[in-house]
Design a binder for this molecule. Structure first.
Ligand code: NA7
Length: 562
C-alpha cells in the first residue's frame, strides 16, 4: 500500500470530494450496484483497480479459463431484455465470452461512466462527526461518502509468488491471475506450469496443445471430473429464452443458484453395483453431477471415500503410465472438500509424450533459476514459467485495504482470527459499510453473479429504507454478528469441507488464520435470511439519525447517542 495515500486519508486538512456513495469494484456485483444506486437517484463514485469492467474475468484471462456454473445460470438479472438479447454459445461459458457479456451489460446500461478505472482504494476511515467514510486511492485522491459498498470479490488478491529466485528467471513469466491482454504464444517453447488447482487444471490442456514440452509442477493433486462442455444448439437456446423467467425464479431457490443435482439419496442406500453404475453414468454425461449425486458425500467419511475411490480408479483408467496415474491420484483429504475441479481433458493430457508430471511432494521445487526450475533432484530448463498458484481468497480483498471503523478499530484487528460479519454484508463497528459476496456469505459455494446481485438488491433496499426515514447510519449489533458466525461455524462443523487444507480455510497463505468462514447452508436459505431481515425492519441492526435517535432494528427508539 502507498504510505503517502494512506496518510492522505487521515490527513484532515485535505479537502475531500463528497458524494452519497462509493462502489468499489466493477465486476458483475459492482456494475449491478451502480445500476441500483442510479435507480435510487444517489450521487456516487465507482472505483476499480482494473482498466475496465469484468472483475475476476478482466484479470484471469489465461487460456482455458471457464466458469464451472452453467452459462444460462451464470447470468445477470438486470432486466429480462438482457436475457433475450444475449445468447450463450456453450453449456459452460469461456472466460472470454463472460468478459464480452460483462462489456455488453456495461454498454447496454451505460455503466462505465460511473467508474474511475485504474484506481485502487488503499484506506478507509469512519468519520464519526460527519457519519461518512473517508477513502483514499493510490493516486492520492480522497473521497468522503455516506455509504461505502465493497464489491471487491473473493478471488481478487493473487497469492504472492513464494518461490526463491523467481525474479532471476530470464525467460517469460506469467501469473494466471494477471494474464496479459495480448496473445501469448507457447509454440515451440519449453513451458513449466506451477499449480494444479482449478486454474492449472483448465490451463494445462490448452498449453499442451502448442508447447514443445510441458512440465506440470504438482504439489497437492486435485480431484477433477469431466466438464463435458458442449455447444448450445439453437433449439435449446430458444427453449431457454422462452422460459428464462421461470428458470431464474427456480435458480433463486436452489443451493448454489442454478442447475446442480442435489440428491437426497445416501451413498450406501444403494448396492455397490448400482452405485458404480450411477457414478459411471455421471462421469460420462457431466461430471458435475457427482458433486450432488449422494446426500452424504460431504458429511460422512465412508461415503466420501466411496466416491473418492471411484475417481481415483477413473484416473488410473485414463492415464496410461501407471506411475504418473498414481502421482495424479489425490489422497489425504476428502473429495470435494477442496474446490471441485471440472476439466476438459486434463488427465488425458498426461498421455501426450511431451507432457511431464513433476511430483513436488516427493521432489519439491527448491528455486527458480535464471534458466528454469530446480527441484531437489534435478534442474529443468524452461523458456516460460506460468504461476497458477491461487489467491489470498475470501477476506483478502478487504484486508488489503487499511480500514478503520468506529472507535479506531482496525479491520485487521477485528479479523485477526478470521473474517466476522453479519451475513457477509455488514460488520459491527463499521456502520454504512456494505460488502457483496462477503467471506461469511455463501461466496465461493454459490453462483457468484446471482449472489452479488442479491446482495446488491438488499443493500439498495436498505439504503432506500434509511433515506425514506431520514436515518443516517445502519450498523449490525455485536450479538447479531455473533449469532450469524455461530451459525456459520455450526454448519461448517458438519461438513468435511472445513477439514481440508485449501483456500476455503485460508491454509494456502502463510500466517492466515485457519477457519472455514463460508456460510454453507445454501444460497436459497441465505436469501431467505436476508429477505427476512428487510421484511421485518432489520432486526439485529441499529440505525441512527441526525435527530440524535438510536433506533434498534424492528423499530424501537431506545436512546440518544450523539
Ligand atoms: P488454488 O486452488 O489455490 O490452487 C493453487 C495451486 O498452486 C495449488 O495446486 C497449490 O498447491 C499450488 N501452489 C501454490 N503455491 C505453490 C508453490 N509455492 N509451489 C508449488 N505449488 C504451489 O488456486 P486456483 O487459482 O487454481 O483456483 C482458485 C479458484 O479460482 C478456483 O477454485 C475457482 O473458483 C477459480 P497446494 O494445494 O498449496 O499444495
Amino acid at each position: 500500500m502507498s504510505q503517502l495515500s494512506a496518510s492522505r486519508a487521515t490527513d484532515a486538512s485535505i479537502e475531500p470530494e463528497i458524494t452519497d456513495a462509493v462502489v468499489v469494484g466493477a465486476g458483475f456485483a459492482g456494475m449491478h450496484m451502480a445500476w441500483r444506486l442510479r435507480e435510487l437517484g444517489l450521487a456516487f463514485v465507482g472505483l476499480e483497480t482494473g482498466g475496465d469492467v469484468g472483475g475476476t474475468w478482466y484479470w484471469n484471462r489465461y487460456p482455458g479459463a471457464r466458469c464451472d456454473v452453467m452459462s444460462i445460470d451464470y447470468s445477470s438479472r438486470f432486466s429480462a431484455e438482457v436475457d433475450q438479447e444475449w445468447t450463450w454459445t456453450e453449456r459452460y461459458a469461456s472466460g472470454k465470452e463472460i468478459l464480452a457479456y460483462a462489456n455488453f451489460i456495461a454498454d447496454k446500461f451505460d455503466l462505465r461512466k460511473h467508474f474511475r478505472f485504474g484506481r485502487r482504494v488503499v484506506s478507509l476511515a469512519w468519520q464519526e462527526e460527519s457519519h461518512r467514510w473517508r477513502l483514499s486511492t493510490d493516486d492520492g485522491h480522497v473521497i468522503e461518502a455516506t455509504y461505502c459498498i465493497m464489491a471487491t470479490g473473493f478471488l481478487t488478491i493473487p497469492k504472492e509468488v513464494d518461490i526463491p529466485g523467481a525474479a532471476t528467471f530470464k525467460g517469460e513469466s506469467y501469473r494466471t491471475s494477471r494474464w496479459p491482454h495480448e496473445d501469448v504464444s507457447f509454440e515451440g517453447k519449453r513451458v513449466g506450469v506451477i499449480g494444479t488447482g482449478s486454474t492449472g487444471i483448465q490451463l494445462i490442456p490448452e498449453v499442451a496443445k502448442s508447447a514443445a514440452t510441458l512440465h506440470v509442477f504438482q504439489r497437492t493433486p486435485s480431484f477433477s471430473v469431466p466438464m463435458r462442455n458442449a455447444a448450445l444448439t439453437p433449439e435449446y437456446v430458444d427453449q431457454v429464452k422462452r422460459h428464462y423467467p421461470e428458470l431464474r425464479a427456480v435458480a433463486r431457490h436452489t443451493f448454489v443458484g442454478g442447475v446442480r443435482p442435489m440428491s437426497t439419496r445416501a451413498t450406501f442406500s444403494v448396492t455397490d453395483e448400482e452405485r458404480r453404475y450411477l457414478m459411471e453414468e455421471a462421469w460420462q454425461r457431466n461430471g458435475v453431477e457427482l458433486t450432488g449425486m449422494f446426500s452424504d458425500t460431504l458429511t460422512y467419511q465412508p461415503a466420501n471415500d466411496a466416491l473418492a475411490d471411484f475417481v481415483r480408479d477413473k484416473i488410473a483408467e485414463v492415464v496410461q503410465d501407471p506411475e504418473t496415474a498414481e502421482k495424479l491420484k489425490p489422497r489425504g483429504y476428502p473429495i470435494f472438500a477442496r474446490r471441485p475441479c471440472l476439466d476438459s481433458g486434463y488427465y488425458e493430457t498426461f498421455n501426450q509424450p511431451h507432457v511431464h508430471l513433476v511430483d513436488c511432494l516427493s521432489d519439491p521445487i527448491q528455486a527458480v533459476t535464471e534458466t528454469g526450475i530446480r527441484t531437489r533432484t534435478r534442474e529443468i530448463a524452461l523458456d516460460v514459467i506460468i504461476y497458477a498458484i491461487g489467491f489470498d481468497a475470501l477476506a483478502g480483498a478487504l484486508l488489503a485495504i487499511d480500514a478503520v471503523g468506529r472507535d479506531g478499530v482496525k479491520l485487521s484487528d477485528k479479523w485477526q482470527d478470521g473474517p466476522r460479519s453479519n451475513m457477509g454484508l455488514m460488520m459491527h463497528g463499521f456502520p454504512n459499510l456494505f460488502a457483496t459476496t462477503g467471506a461469511n456469505s455463501p461466496s465461493a459455494l454459490a453462483n457468484g453473479i446471482m449472489l452479488g446481485e442479491e446482495n446488491g438488491r438488499w443493500i439498495a433496499e436498505c439504503i432506500d429504507y434509511m433515506r425514506q426515514r431520514n436515518l443516517d447510519t445502519i450498523e449490525t449489533t455485536a450479538d447479531a454478528e455473533d449469532g450469524w458466525m455461530d451459525m456459520v461455524q455450526a454448519l461448517a462443523s458438519r461438513s468435511l469441507q472445513s477439514t481440508a487444507s485449501s483456500w476455503y480455510t485460508g491454509a494456502n497463505i502463510a500466517g492466515k488464520p485457519r477457519v472455514y468462514p463460508i456460510y454453507s447452508g445454501g444460497l436459497n436459505r441465505y436469501i431467505e435470511h436476508c429477505d427476512a431481515l428487510s421484511a421485518n425492519d432489520y432486526p439485529g441492526f441499529v440505525f441512527e439519525s441526525k435527530a440524535t435517535q438510536r433506533i434498534d432494528g424492528a423499530g424501537t427508539v431506545s436512546a440518544a447517542v450523539m
